[in-house]
Design a protein around this ligand. Structure first.
Ligand code: PMP
Length: 462
């Protein structure tokens, strides 16, 4: 590790403990322990303030750094662009904004327009506002309801929480905006086989639950459906055969806009540019953030078809007939500049191919772990986005204790490997270990990952 000296870092730790409010964690432990400050990264590896090295198998903790750390090429391009032109409001255009939009759309047949923002939550808000405005313009405000799925997550703002199926996350932040309606998830592992037979017909039958909700609510009141292609924080839940095809049919039948949240799956994570491309569907709106610039700059995109875009310019006599929305930092040029380089790296280094090869290798290794450790109830994944659901026994499928999951993560950290876990997402379930290594990972990296998880599971569960 290069960089700051231990003395510098003592001061940094003190400043952090005194003034930083960290995301998503309880701070009481910091009264007696230090936070971990990550000071450097290279490839798949990061170093903390004590100089300890870790293999990062969760791409920056939350599935973000798809091309790995220390990419000078991205940093240099961003630097050059910032010196030339750092910012102008998105009401106008920018060179990297135009070039990245063109390049992105070339990877998304059927899609056409890119609306820039800064975070995944914000991109989803844009999509919700488009659906709502279309309801006003076309349907007198009536077709305004947005369906979302239990266990899916779409962000941290109040409207995104209203569209979020993580009950524990939402518990203390209501009341929420109206018109967001839940539909059941599609998770064969936990579905009651008495109600929906498992096997070949499960996917289609699970999608029919969406149709039931549309009919119950009234198709003339439902304007949109938002789904994650592979559910991330809800437990790395992959869809079964037939599910997405039926979802698409239902949306078409009832004139419901299909909005796909690619914030995690987007830009290569599942082995195709976008997760939905694995399932042959054609969305109306697609949102993306994390992997778009691999965390080298803040950028998110809300991408639409030309048909959606056209609805906002078809009547110029109406003064409100445009998308009355702006994101100040959607005009930053650092984001699309970093995103262009990020995409070029993925192409030049064949990282989609590596994602597929390494993803298959990791899935095999995880299946091997499941043969050895009965605490593993289910192994799921697509590309380099994988999960192990841990249960106290395979018949009851009761989740293991939250403290046991924390202990597994701690054992991995002790051994220099960072892994992830779902965060008390749905009805108390906090029992899926998550892996989303950078798309550059090698067999050696993945061998270290599985060997560490193997040891950690033995240490915690015997
Ligand atoms: N959608 C999904 C599927 C996510 O996982 C996340 C973040 N974890 C978001 C949206 C929100 O993204 P952000 O934190 O950038 O607002």
């Amino acid at each position: 590790m290069d960089g700051a000296t231990p003395n510098d870092l003592t001061q940094v730790v003190t400043a952090d403990k005194a003034h930083v409010w960290h995301h998503l964690i309880q701070h009481k432990p910091f009264e007696t322990a230090d936070p971990r400050i990550i000071v450097e990264g290279k490839g798949m590896r990061v170093w903390d303030h004590n100089g300890k090295e870790y293999l990062d198998t969760v791409s920056g903790g939350v599935w973000t750094v798809n091309v790995g750390y220390g990419r000078e090429r991205i940093a240099n391009a961003v630097r050059d662009q910032l010196v030339k032109m750092n910012y102008f409001a998105g009401t106008g255009g920018s060179i990297p904004g135009a070039l990245f939009a063109e390049r992105l759309i070339s990877k998304m047949p059927g899609m056409s327009r890119v609306y820039y923002a800064n975070s995944g939550s914000e991109a989803n808000e844009k999509g919700f506002k488009m659906i709502r405005q279309i309801a006003h313009k076309r349907y007198g405000g009536k077709k305004h309801k947005i369906l979302y799925r239990e266990r899916d997550y779409h962000g941290t703002t109040v409207a995104c929480m209203a569209a979020g199926g993580h009950d524990q996350r939402n518990a203390q932040y209501g009341p929420f905006p109206e018109g967001f309606i839940p539909v059941p998830h599609c998770m064969e592992y936990r579905a009651d086989a008495q109600t929906l037979p498992h096997g070949a017909t499960y996917g289609e039958a699970a999608a029919n639950a969406i149709e039931e909700v549309i009919l119950r609510e009234g198709a003339d009141t439902v304007g949109g459906l938002i789904l994650e292609p592979v559910t991330a924080g809800g437990g790395v839940i992959t869809p079964p055969e037939g599910y997405w095809q039926r979802v698409q049919e239902i949306c078409k039948k009832y004139d419901v806009l299909l909005m796909i949240d690619e914030v995690v799956c987007g830009v290569g994570r599942t082995g195709t540019w976008f997760g939905y491309q694995q399932y042959g569907v054609q969305p109306d709106i697609v949102t993306m953030a994390k992997g778009v610039a691999s965390g080298y700059a803040a950028i998110s995109c809300c991408v639409t078809t030309e048909a959606v875009f056209d609805m906002f310019k078809d009547d110029t006599s109406d003064p409100l007939n445009y998308f009355r929305d702006i994101s100040t930092f959607g005009g930053c040029t650092a984001g699309p500049t970093a995103a262009l380089e990020n995409m070029a790296i993925i192409e030049e280094e064949n990282l989609l191919e590596n994602c597929n090869t390494m993803g298959a290798y990791l899935m095999d290794a995880l299946q091997g772990l499941a043969e050895k450790h009965s605490v593993i109830g289910d192994v799921r994944g697509k590309g380099l986005f994988n999960g192990l659901e841990l249960v106290s026994d395979r018949t009851s499928k009761l989740p293991v204790e939250e403290a046991q999951i924390a202990a597994v993560l701690g054992e991995c950290l002790k051994r220099g490997t960072m892994i992830g876990a779902t965060n008390r997402s749905f009805k108390g379930f906090n029992n899926t270990l998550c892996f989303s290594p950078a798309l550059i990972c090698t067999k050696d990296d993945l061998d270290q990952l599985t060997a560490t998880v193997d040891e950690a599971l033995t240490a915690v569960f015997g």
